[in-house]
Ligand binder design. Sequence first.
Ligand code: ATP
Length: 236
Amino acid sequence: MTTALDIQGLQKTYGNGFIALKGIDLRVEQGDFFALLGANGAGKSTTIGIASSLVNKTAGKVSIFGYDLDTQREQAKAQIGLVPQEFNFNIFEPIVEILVNQGGYYGIPRAEAFARAEVLLKQLGLWDKARDQARTLSGGMKRRLMIARSLIHQPRLLILDEPTAGVDIEIRRSMWEFLRKLNADGTTIILTTHYLEEAESLCRNIGIIDRGELIENTSMKQLLNRLDTESYVFDL
Ligand code: ATP
């Protein structure tokens, strides 16, 4: 079995001395739909920030589809699409241009990137807005734009940091449908969330981070069985 994300002994101490990750081991296999749960400040964003090369690690090893983050960073980065929590696009740019420009970062020719953008924007219900500036979109639409942009280079692993936070339930469900299909078509997905309901609905396997440590790493089914039979403290 191919491992999509392999993390060993991951540690992170921020510049102010705060120890955010205390040595995490985590494997996510190809094809998985994996949830990373944890309370505010547990270390979820730090973990995926390191996996997607936005944050430098202090110690440990990370590889993406076998590419080592220290020695094969560019190949590792090419495997990943990231949807960060914050909107980080130019709000004055037309939506389709945001995607085409992102394609440019990965060396995708303009015509090819445009064709891919059309497919993605149609799938995510944004094609009729393709020529509008991003600032005209609602919060839920901006979130979908971030998902479309993260997929323009057809990554094998998609990582989403709380993609449905603040999104109303109808849009949330349509995003879930999109992600389910993407996963069924072969993309490995890792999602951080505060919502157990979201993890339950989408994910096969789950990791729970608590104050920089991975305290659970199991199948969703096993965790839910346990929650039924034990008075497990689950304070997210
Ligand atoms: P949330 O659900 O609120 O996004 P999280 O689980 O994603 O939380 P992180 O964002 O990874 O948590 O943060 C883990 C800890 O590291 C928090 O206590 C946070 O305050 C701290 N932290 C994050 N970034 C920095 C930074 N640049 N400098 C210092 N401390 C930081």
